[in-house]
Design a binder for this molecule. Structure first.
Ligand SMILES: Cc1cc2nc3c(=O)[nH]c(=O)nc-3n(C[C@H](O)[C@H](O)[C@H](O)COP(=O)(O)OP(=O)(O)OC[C@H]3O[C@@H](n4cnc5c(N)ncnc54)[C@H](O)[C@@H]3O)c2cc1C
Length: 359
């Protein structure tokens, strides 16, 4: 029998879900695994559609507690608030202190938002869920007036979805740079811009918000743009726990290609909360998904004294923007396709992935 080691998994992000699903391999390698995470995992592939009221929230939810139970992993519902790598302990939000021999973080990212009833952040997804609630009842005598700040992938998805609703009178999309979709192949960006225009989305480029208030966005030149609700999708950043010393840094937990912390071999981090030192990675779910098997092999290798595997990010990844109204934009490198078949492909990929963990 290999000696038993305490493995603490913090957060049930994509890579840790893979570990839970293969927990018997961790048992066989001699780990006693404990997971600390909220009870539900919300899948971002379905997030825009759910938030805009297009899809049922149950479609994108996974019951983390049930998954842990099925795979006989100790589960503690909650959040880790402090980590002490020298004492090898983690403190949870109910004040419990948990010891570990090896710890792995997969706690996602957050959106940088202001505060107020009408201000909704795109991440964490539990916050984005507030948008759905706010859209239930339009203001008296008119439709919703909505602003989305940030025209990255999630901002575009959200604006397109919101504009496809019958009860929205106005959707604005604010973008700081010169044009929307600069990260897309030029002709795909053009098609997307036409689609947004055909749905009546008011796109404001070179818009530089200096204040996001409950009822208005204030631009640098003093212009006030009123709204009922604003969604802030200006990019994802590492959560506070991943930015605090001694383990965290400005971009998250700094990890090597082996997914191990720069300064601690017994600390791993994956997904959006990791600052992957060999090359900056986009904060997209696909890295968490692909890091899952690497992390599992790394933990087995560590227990067996084998060399650590490394994570090699793909050069080009398939990303599919769900634009509501039954259409989506699929992009891989310079290839792209906008239409119903892209949405069908996305739904198929999402369904298959979620089915693995729904049991
Ligand atoms: C609107 C929107 C749409 C998106 N659409 C896509 C898409 O279609 N495709 C794509 O690839 N990416 C998409 N993204 C990006 C995607 O959300 C992230 O890149 C992805 O979720 C990151 O995965 P992760 O495994 O790192 O963490 P997450 O999926 O965020 O999971 C982290 C988990 O950790 C838990 N947690 C957080 N803090 C703690 C703590 N202190 N202690 C314990 N647990 C904690 C959280 O509750 C969460 O369940 C989208 C983002 C947004 C905002």
């Amino acid at each position: 029998m290999p000696p038993e080691r305490r493995l603490l998994l913090v957060g049930a992000g994509h890579a840790h879900l893979h570990l839970l699903h293969h927990a018997s391999r961790l048992d066989a390698a001699g780990y006693r695994t404990t997971l600390v995470a909220p009870a539900w995992f919300d899948y971002s592939g379905a997030a825009s559609g759910i938030a805009a009221g297009d899809r049922d929230p149950a479609e994108g939810r996974l019951d983390v507690a049930a998954l842990a139970r099925r795979n006989r992993v100790n589960y503690r519902q909650g959040l880790v608030t402090e980590v002490d790598p020298s004492a090898r302990t983690a403190t949870t939000d109910d004040g419990s202190r948990l010891g570990w021999d090896v710890v792995s973080f997969n706690i996602g990212s957050v959106a940088d938002v202001g505060s107020g009833e009408g201000v909704v952040g795109a991440k964490p997804l539990v916050d984005l869920a507030r948008l759905r609630e706010r859209l239930r009842v339009p203001p008296a005598g008119r439709g919703h007036h909505l602003t989305v700040v940030g025209a990255g992938a999630s901002g575009i998805e959200l604006a397109a979805h919101l504009a496809a609703r019958d009860d929205t009178d106005r959707v604005r999309l604010l973008e700081r740079s010169l044009r929307v979709g600069a990260f897309l192949p030029p002709r795909a960006a053009l098609r997307l811009t036409r689609l947004l225009a055909s749905r009546g989305v008011q796109v404001l480029t070179q818009a530089d918000p200096v204040r996001i208030e409950e009822n208005a966005v204030v631009l640098r030149d003093g212009t006030r743009l009123p709204h009922d609700t604003v969604v802030v999708a200006t990019g994802l950043t590492a959560p506070p726990l991943a930015t605090r010393a001694p383990l965290g840094g400005p971009g998250g937990f700094a990890v090597r290609a082996t997914l191990q912390h720069r300064d601690h071999d017994d600390v791993y981090a994956v997904g959006d909360c990791a600052d992957f030192l060999p090359a900056p990675l986009q904060r997209i779910g696909v890295h968490g998904v692909r890091q899952g098997p690497v992390l599992l092999t790394a933990l087995e290798a560590r227990a067996g004294g084998a060399p650590a595997p490394v994570y090699r990010p793909q050069k080009r990844v398939l990303s599919i923007l769900d634009l509501g109204g039954g259409t989506a934009l699929a992009v891989r490198g310079r290839w792209w396709w906008l239409g119903r078949s892209s949405l069908a492909l996305k739904r198929r990929i999402d369904r298959r992935w979620l089915a693995t963990y729904k049991g």
